[in-house]
Design a protein around this ligand. Sequence first.
Ligand code: SF4
Length: 477
Amino acid sequence: MNPIPEQKIHDTLANANLQLAIYDATARLMHKRRTALDNPLAADFEAWREQANRIKRHTIENLDHYLEQLEQNLVHNGGKVIWARDATEAADFILKLAKDNNALRLVKSKSMTTEEIDLNERLEHHRLDVVETDLGEYILQLAHQRPYHIVAPALHMTRYQVADIFTERLGVAREVVIEKQTMIARAKLREKFLTADIGITGANFLIADSGAVVVVENEGNARLSSSAPRIQIAVAGLEKLIPRAQDLAIFLKILGRSATGQPLTVYTSFLAGPRRAGEIDGPEQFYLVLVDNGRTRVLADRDKRQALYCIRCGACLNHCPVYRKIGGHNYPWVYSGPIGAILSPLFHGVTEDPWLPSASSLCGACGEVCPVKIEIPKILLELRNDVVKAKQREGSGKLERWAFRIWAFFMRHPKLYEMAGMAAPAILPEASGGAWIQSVALPLRIGPLARWLSQRDLPPPAARSFRQQWRERRRQA
Ligand code: SF4
């Protein structure tokens, strides 16, 4: 069981520049989304959400059928499907493929699934040169950090920090103009694209009826990663499936708008196997690594399997008051924000980070903006319930259980409840300043409730209970 990273969270909250960077960037993304949805072209957005939800539900409930169909069509196109049960199997396959083909350099486009399985670390451990080619990911790779956000991985960095990283890691003169920083990265990355043996992409969607991998992006780096090297690998979670190519129209419309406020992202690439006879570009070998890594366990949970509908748009992060304060690096896994607070416990078990489902105000904003209508607040509540049950099984959380039992007893016996309310002011010591615990109940502040009470207090019991006051008013009326 991992403890809550209190010190790291305090440091984030105390860092005014970081707070401003997170707040500004998420506010910009929210504003862009809102503007995109206010456009008459998006008048049917709610209907698109409904349809996307229906398609995802149908696909996830028939995943075995569509996975087989995808494999058949992809093999028919000349590609190969690799089924990886976990991170090790996925990385082992890529490593062996690189060795068998004497590959030394791999270029990668942004992929949360490869982050999830620590692919870079595993390949670098075997002295392979792995280069991130998405600008944000490239900056983070140079800085040895993991993504801060699903869509905008370097959202927390200022251009001044990027200038320092480029100077230190690339040996270039300090440059703080963003366009010029982009040109520096572009020049460095061009050379990598041209000399890479293997290109790795993620997948936004896998289309069962055509055996195609669909990658959407804004920089063109995924397109270069998938066309320049002689070997192409797409790494994707099982849940990225959609049944038909025509379903894609809905998902492209909701993804760009929810993520960055774009009606469509700049590039949409369909990767459907290796180069065919007569074609002048494209890879000689094409592989799709389908990663389970806990997904089938989530699939088995009828109530929570809808978490697999996620299309990684990042909208729930931008709208989450908790993410906007604590940022992306205080979540225990690569997935942060509300979707991270449900994916991490679903993949790793609720006992690993039991505090995570409670890292939410349950304001409901995440569920309202989710383009595939995942009921995030409902799943968070169910996970909280699972945490309590797990604690009961372990025999911990006894104090909390007793407190609620006593509370429940009084709630079920209204007369006793009323008598306790009338007796409280006489029994309990008087408080000052409107805060009962801070002023009189000192033992509670140093006991097992100390952490809970450090951020909260109770008002002193009223001299006359609500019921007494209510009866008096009724009599006077
Ligand atoms: S849960 Fe919904 S809003 Fe959050 S990233 Fe996934 S699709 Fe987007």
